[in-house]
Design a protein around this ligand. Structure first.
Ligand code: C2E
Ligand code: CA
Ligand code: CA
Length: 746
């Protein structure tokens, strides 16, 4: 991933740099072209304006002089004494150097008192024989400096009798030809189509006054030759356009040429190239700066986007692969690890372990969630210490952990490691001191088959085995086997069928009579034992389904159903007039959790209207271990209602004889385990003797369970046992068979 993103960044950076370079070149090119176009535009505009000014000024001057000449001729005012004075004032007001009248013979008289002859002058003859016009630049006969003359013929009686002329300095045009653009760094000339200077320029960089622009250009530098030729051609063709030339300082200039429509004159407008480029260079500088800035920003953006993507990826990866609480691997990461490790260590055998903390809810409830989290982290740390680099583990959810553990030959290798791990767990102490807490786990181990490739399935099998471990006193584990799986599948089936079975009355009660050793007869009652006749007629023993319903809680309903059946049978027997010795029913430890337990049972007794003494209840010693106080309370309440209690399976668990002192039960049922050994093992016999003696001292009767042989029967009889219950005397039987015993028929 890192490599890919690094390559992506490099490609993107190169692309951006390439883009910047291309933009640079294209922009530079466009700007260069824009430079030319823009300068052309400005010069065109300036030239147009100046040409218009010139043309208007010229037309106006010509018009005025023509009007004046017309008046002089029409009204024969040439000889009038005030004419010259009028013309003088006219010249002064209009800014002419002077006005003058030249007669047909060329004798001229001016408003400033000069008299001379112009007969040889081309302009004079041209006007006298033509119409009003403006001259090119002429050398003033009087002042010896260049002037422009505007002249109009004076017509009297249809005949030209002379001309009226006005002389003015070229400055008049220079003033008009200003270029406001480019900070007055531009200037203009007016030339004839032959390049002769009409109006020069006073601009310091200009050619000033020159004779001929073509000559001036080419003499300044031969480099201008081509340009001069083109200029000349352009002007000869009456076109306008722009060219560039080198001036006297060696600088390049743009020159725009444009006809003015006065004497075929051309106005040449000049702008130094560097004035233009300086302006655009500034622009260029900022533009390029901007492009570079954009490029840098883009790069920054790309890097940032990549960084954010990377960070987001990291976040996602963390979310997906890291368990927030422990900081260790998540289940998703674990799945990948399992596949990777099995690939990396092909010689290793692996097992998948699923485990959780026993009574974890208790830690949360009693010590608080914070302490719960601490316990989880502690467990995580213990696992982390216990596992090797070729192994993996993760927290799946809550207190559920999964582990991939390796072994070389036999699964027994795991036993030692598991014990060490369990020992380590015991070192945990809650930070708050609420009494002792033993951190223990229940685990299920699924040895991986080489063909296994689905981690979820492996975990589910380990969990299957783990379910079987639950309820053991300290940390322990169960190995997964196909039998176990079948059993659990069967359990599932039983669970699913329970409601229907109850409705179909598939549960029936068998009775196993007790044999009275003292009286050597039945008639001391029986134990009710449930059977399940499945829908296909198969008889299921309670050993198969009771533990299932114990686990899922359905046992409560089943017990009440059995109890109800027993009460109904008793009612019937009573109705038959039979004497009914007590029937004992088994009561699940689960019942104790229901506060309504006693009242529910009493209700059933009352519903059938039977004496409470007809039923007894068998409680197992585990109920006592679970909650002694509650057990005693319940027993007291039942006693108060006339129901006797049997302590079932005594000796099968952890109960001690001493425990009996505190428990107000009426009959002690010695577990089959004692009875089994009674013939062979003297120690067992001693324990049984001790139990019977103690029970008798505490006013309890003793029933020995699971008596199968005559030997056992004989011994029990000699050691003062009260009743026996076992195949030796009678197996559990259907109600009809038991009724025969009640009736004395068997
Ligand atoms: P339990 O209460 O200890 O019942 C005695 C069990 O020992 C019965 O097994 C009985 O058939 C069997 N047994 C009697 N004599 C002999 C013998 O000589 N040899 C051998 N090998 N076994 C003998 P069952 O009927 O299979 O019941 C098994 C257990 O299921 C019972 O053990 C009891 O814990 C439970 N159970 C049965 N019915 C009910 C019920 O209605 N409610 C609850 N909660 N548990 C029940
Ligand atoms: Ca029992
Ligand atoms: Ca028993």
């Amino acid at each position: 991933m890192k490599n890919i993103s690094r390559r992506r960044i490099t490609v993107q950076t190169l692309l951006i740099l390439l883009t910047v370079v291309v933009v640079f070149i294209v922009y530079g090119y466009l700007l260069g072209r824009g430079n030319w176009d823009k300068t052309y535009g400005v010069l065109f505009e300036v030239s147009q304006k100046n040409a218009t000014i010139l043309k208007n000024d010229s037309d106006q001057t010509v018009g005025n002089i023509a009007n004046l000449a017309y008046a002089l001729g029409s009204f024969d005012l040439l000889e009038h004494p005030s004419t010259m004075e009028y013309l003088r004032r006219y010249a002064e007001e209009r800014g002419f150097r002077r006005l003058g009248i030249a007669f047909v013979d060329g004798s001229a008289i001016t408003t400033d008192g000069h008299e001379y002859n112009v007969a040889s002058r081309t302009f004079f003859n041209q006007v006298l024989n033509g119409t009003a016009d403006v001259s090119n630049v002429l050398m003033d006969t009087l002042d010896r400096d260049p002037v422009i003359v505007c002249g109009a013929p004076i017509i009297h009686d249809g005949e030209a009798i002379g001309i009226l002329f006005a002389t003015y300095s070229v400055d008049r045009y220079i003033k008009a030809l200003t270029i406001s653009s480019y900070n007055d760094e531009g200037y203009s000339y007016i030339v004839t189509p032959y390049g002769e200077c009409v109006v020069g320029s006073t601009h310091p960089d200009s050619f000033g006054m020159f004779q001929n622009i073509f000559a001036k250009l080419t003499t300044t530098t031969p480099d201008n030759l081509e340009m001069a030729i083109e200029l000349r051609k352009g002007m000869a063709d009456g076109r306008n356009g722009m060219l560039s030339f080198i001036d006297g300082n060696g600088d390049e200039n743009y020159m725009y040429y444009q006809p003015v429509n006065v004497n075929d004159w051309y106005i040449l407008t000049v702008i130094p190239v560097d004035v233009v480029t300086k302006k655009t260079q500034g622009m260029l500088f900022w533009s390029y700066g901007f492009i570079v800035f954009c490029g840098v920003m883009l790069l920054f953006l790309v890097f940032n986007v990549q960084r954010l993507r990377r960070a987001r990826y990291d976040d996602l990866e963390r979310l997906a692969y890291v368990d927030e609480l422990t900081g260790g691997a998540s289940y998703a990461k674990f799945k990948l690890d399992v596949l990777r490790l099995r690939h990396e260590y092909p010689g290793m055998k692996y097992a998948l372990i699923s485990l959780d903390i026993d009574h974890f809810q208790y830690v949360n409830d009693v010590y608080g969630f914070e302490e719960g989290d601490t316990a989880l982290r502690f467990l995580w740390k213990c696992l982390s210490d216990a596992l090797h680099s070729h192994e993996a583990f993760a927290r799946v959810s809550d207190d559920h952990f999964v582990i991939l553990v390796g072994y070389m030959k036999s699964l027994d290798e795991l036993k030692i490691r598991f014990l060490e791990f369990a020992e380590q767990l015991k070192t945990y102490h809650p930070s708050k001191d609420f009494g002792s807490y033993n951190l223990a786990v229940s685990a299920g181990v699924y040895p991986l088959d080489p063909a296994d490739d689905n981690v979820d399935t492996m975990v589910s099998r380990a969990k299957t085995a783990q379910k079987r471990t639950k309820g053991n006193a300290s940390s322990s584990y169960t190995l997964y086997s196909d039998d176990l799986r079948r059993e659990l599948l069967q359990n599932k089936y039983l669970e699913n069928r329970f409601d229907q079975a109850l409705e179909n009355k598939e549960f029936i009660v068998y009775y196993q009579p007790k044999f009275n050793l003292k009286g050597e007869c039945f008639g001391s009652g029986a134990e009710a034992l449930v059977r399940w006749i499945d829908s296909d007629g198969k008889l299921l023993s309670p050993g198969v389904f009771i533990p299932v319903f114990e686990r899922n809680g359905d046992i409560v309903r089943l017990d009440q159903y059995v109890f109800d059946s027993v009460c109904r049978d008793i009612r019937r027997w009573l109705d038959e007039g039979l004497s009914v010795p007590p029937i004992s029913v088994n009561v699940s430890r689960r019942q104790l959790l229901y506060p309504s337990f006693v009242s529910d049972y009493l209700k059933i007794i009352r519903r059938h209207g039977i004496p409470a003494g007809c039923v007894q209840m068998e409680f197992t010693e585990t109920m006592l271990i679970d909650n002694e106080q509650m057990f005693i309370e319940v027993v007291k309440e039942l006693h108060a209602n006339g129901i006797l209690i049997q302590m079932d399976d005594f000796g099968s668990g952890y109960s001690s004889l001493n425990m009996l002192r505190n428990v107000p039960v009426d009959i002690l049922k010695l577990d089959k385990r004692f009875v089994d050994d009674i013939e062979s093992d003297l120690k067992s016999r001693d324990v049984v003797v001790g139990a019977i003696t103690l029970a008798h001292i505490l006013s309890m009767d003793v029933t020995a369970e699971g008596v199968e042989t005559k030997g056992q029967y004989d011994i029990l009889r000699t050691i003062d046992c009260d009743y026996i219950q076992g195949y030796y005397c009678a197996r559990p039987m259907p109600v009809a068979d038991y009724e025969k015993i009640l009736r004395g028929e068997a």
